[in-house]
Design a protein around this ligand. Structure first.
Ligand code: NAD
Ligand code: NAI
Ligand code: ISE
Length: 337
């Protein structure tokens, strides 16, 4: 049976997800789309040659009789409203990160899903589906480097637009590490501090760039994450785990090595779309397959909430300059894996 999808938001990642659900993945097709930029939505449908209805309002996509499941790729501030509406309609929903703009917003989604009684929400945290991160996790869980003691990580973008401000380093960018590092270490954050090195001249008045975020986890692991979104040279994701008996690093994306003009070189990617292209395919195929068997298993609303709780503490730490506690309530049995 083909799963009929409705997609809300046809911007950068919306177009990518529509393309992969229509042309790459198995078992689904896109039958409805919407965007506040109606012409943009219509353009995507025409370019991809889809037979999909274009709606002016995301709620009409959710409530369309032929839509079985919803993908939310509109901008962050709309995610909570559309996810809650999908739960109210009893339809599975894949929501891009962040699940909501605050932990409170995520909590409302958790409560609605628990009240519904069955998992309906998967959050677009794709890194746990990335082959490199999976290999790194396997090294840790097999005990190949002993217990993890320290993690050194970096999330670098070549450049961001003027609309990107200091807080977005947490809510838009670090949010991926906030999810993947608790999954990688099977741990939760205890406290966080944010420090600001000298800013790059490539930034602007409303963005302090780079930033270093320092965590302590409940198991006592220390984590440093550099966020540098105007690094100029590429889109570069780094993760090194220092264990008791060895060090494990996230593999670099495959790239041909060249010896040329007295240099040894490999290419560094520049676009997030390419860096995790396979992981996006795998996460959405999992969403489609899991709906077919009636049991979502990917990153949950609770994972979205946990990342947001840590994110809120990071935002506070940006303002205060102090070490701030991360106060995470116990996980309800509903979300036990
Ligand atoms: P974008 O700005 O390119 O696209 C957002 C689209 O949403 C725009 O077309 C906009 O018109 C539309 N939109 C806004 N409000 C809407 C509404 N109420 N109803 C319908 N459409 C609406 O942004 P993007 O880069 O595609 O990012 C979209 C979301 O995806 C963000 O939440 C972002 O954080 C997330 N994202 C995740 C990843 C990832 O790696 N997981 C990568 C990129 C983006
Ligand atoms: P974008 O700005 O390119 O697209 C957002 C789209 O949402 C726009 O087309 C906009 O018109 C539309 N939109 C906004 N409000 C809407 C509404 N109320 N109804 C319908 N459409 C609405 O942004 P982008 O980069 O595609 O990001 C979208 C989301 O995806 C963000 O939440 C972002 O964080 C997330 N994202 C996730 C990535 C990942 O790696 N998982 C990568 C990039 C983005
Ligand atoms: C974007 O929104 C994403 O989610 C990408 O995965 C991330 O790496 C990038 O920094 C964000 O802008």
């Amino acid at each position: 049976m083909t799963l009929k999808l409705g997609v809300i938001g046809t911007g950068a990642i919306g177009q990518e997800h529509i393309r992969r659900c229509s042309k790459v993945l198995q078992g689904a097709k896109v039958v409805a789309v919407s965007d506040i930029n109606l012409d943009g939505a219509q353009g995507v449908v025409s370019r991809l040659g889809l037979e999909a209805e274009v709606y002016a309002n995301g709620h009409d996509v959710i409530n369309a009789a032929d839509v079985d499941a919803v993908i939310i790729t509109s901008w962050g501030p709309t995610h909570e409203e559309f996810t809650l509406a999908a739960i109210a309609a009893g339809k599975p929903v894949f929501c891009e990160k962040p699940l909501a703009m605050s932990a409170e917003g995520c909590r409302r989604i958790v409560e609605a899903e628990v009240a519904y009684g069955r998992r309906l929400v998967q959050v677009g945290f794709m890194r746990p589906y990335d082959a490199g991160y999976r290999a790194l996790k396997s090294v840790i869980t097999q005990g190949e480097i002993g217990e993890p003691l320290m993690l050194h990580c970096a999330h670098r973008n070549p450049a961001v637009p003027e609309s990107y401000t200091t807080d977005m380093a947490i809510t838009d960018t670090l949010i991926h590490e906030l999810d993947v590092l608790r999954w990688l270490t099977d741990d939760d954050y205890k406290s966080v501090q944010v420090v600001f090195p000298r800013s790059t001249k490539n930034s602007h008045a409303k963005l302090r760039d780079p930033q270093i975020v320092l965590f302590e986890t409940h198991k006592g692991v220390r984590i440093d994450v550099e966020i540098f979104v105007n690094c100029a040279y590429g889109y570069d994701i780094q993760c090194e785990v220092v264990g008791e008996t060895g060090i494990a690093r996230l593999p670099e994306p495959a790239s041909v090595q060249m010896r040329k003009e007295a240099k040894l070189a490999t290419t560094i990617l520049t676009d997030w779309k390419d860096r995790f292209i396979d992981a996006y395919d795998v996460e959405l195929q999992a969403f489609i397959n899991d709906i077919a068997i009636g049991q979502l298993q990917g990153p949950s609303a609770w994972d979205g909430f946990a990342a947001a709780v840590a994110g809120d503490a990071c935002l506070k730490a940006q303002e205060s300059g102090q070490i701030e506690p991360v106060e995470m309530p116990p996980r309800p049995a509903f979300y036990n894996r």
